[in-house]
Design a protein around this ligand. Sequence first.
Ligand SMILES: Cc1cc2nc3c(=O)[nH]c(=O)nc-3n(C[C@H](O)[C@H](O)[C@H](O)COP(=O)(O)O)c2cc1C
Length: 347
Amino acid sequence: MANDRLPPPLQAGLALTALAPMQDVTDLPFMRAIAAYGSPDYFFTEYFRVYANSRPERYILRSITENTTGRPIFAQLIGESIPDLVRSAQELCRYAIAGIDLNMGCPAPRIYRKNVGGGLLRDPDKIDQILGALRSAIAIPFTVKMRIGFEDTANFDRILDLINKHDIDLLSLHGRTVREMYRSEVHYDQIAHAVRRVKCPVLANGNVSSAANALAILAETGAAGVMVGRAAIRNPWIFQQIRQALSGEPITTVTLNEVRTYIDRLHNTVTAPEVPERSRVDNMKKYLNFIGQGVDAAGAFLNEMRRARSEAELFGICDRFLLSEPNRAFAAEPYQGLVARPSCEAE
Ligand SMILES: Cc1cc2nc3c(=O)[nH]c(=O)nc-3n(C[C@H](O)[C@H](O)[C@H](O)COP(=O)(O)O)c2cc1C
């Protein structure tokens, strides 16, 4: 369902696309890298932590104040203290944001044990209060990103009805429970259920892995758009490819040579001279863990890359795997059975 309070999409009439917020990944340099290959309609910041006397984290603020992507960005908050959420939302409204987004999905135990993020899904009464307070505190769009439940979907309908009650402008829905973390099947039937129940547009989220698969998920769920996280780290061309697929145009094939250039672009974002080499290598591995899922079916690139200790070693491996057949196509879908292992997924 369209919502004219939301910023207009890049191409009118096409389903929406958004880059999912990912802590320690979707910072300003990463969003700029994505924009170089074709922006989504909307960006979301990583979450700003909200608690007594919290201030918006400076490095996250940069993704708003120095946003050169040309696309709108929503500021995401995580917290449970209503006065602090209201205060933080109002402070962020002074910057060029498209809206305030509330995180009700983070599954990390250290987060949900504080009854924030996914922990809130256990307490619909609290959600009612938070949504009501934030809705009346801000004049710009107010959006929610959540999962389908904590343990199960017992509270799902009640929470969806609160999304309606408080006139939420956009719902990004990750089709897993908090307990299901990141790797289970995604319950697209539950996303379809939410699409039918809420008045606002829904972005389907969870394992949107390619343009073809985005189209299938849109058809299955009836969602207004897709939100893509991990697949965009592997394949930053995905938003452009989804628009091509939606318009019935041929989908651009990406070569291994182009992937090698993307890796250099990412590296340029983490090369601050004061950062020790070991940290720079670890930082690159965070991205290469995902990129490697499209390099070779046996996972040899991932195995070798994970053992590299220096930048020279790491880039030698990238050159060997990506430049020996530079014109070979980068896999559109991740190879079966290859798992990325960023620390956040293990929490
Ligand atoms: C590294 C990482 C960090 C994440 N950080 C956030 C976050 O800050 N806020 C949030 O709402 N979701 C966060 N998520 C969840 C993603 O936004 C998304 O819902 C989830 O990865 C499923 O989508 P995908 O299968 O397209 O990756 C994070 C996920 C990952 C993998």
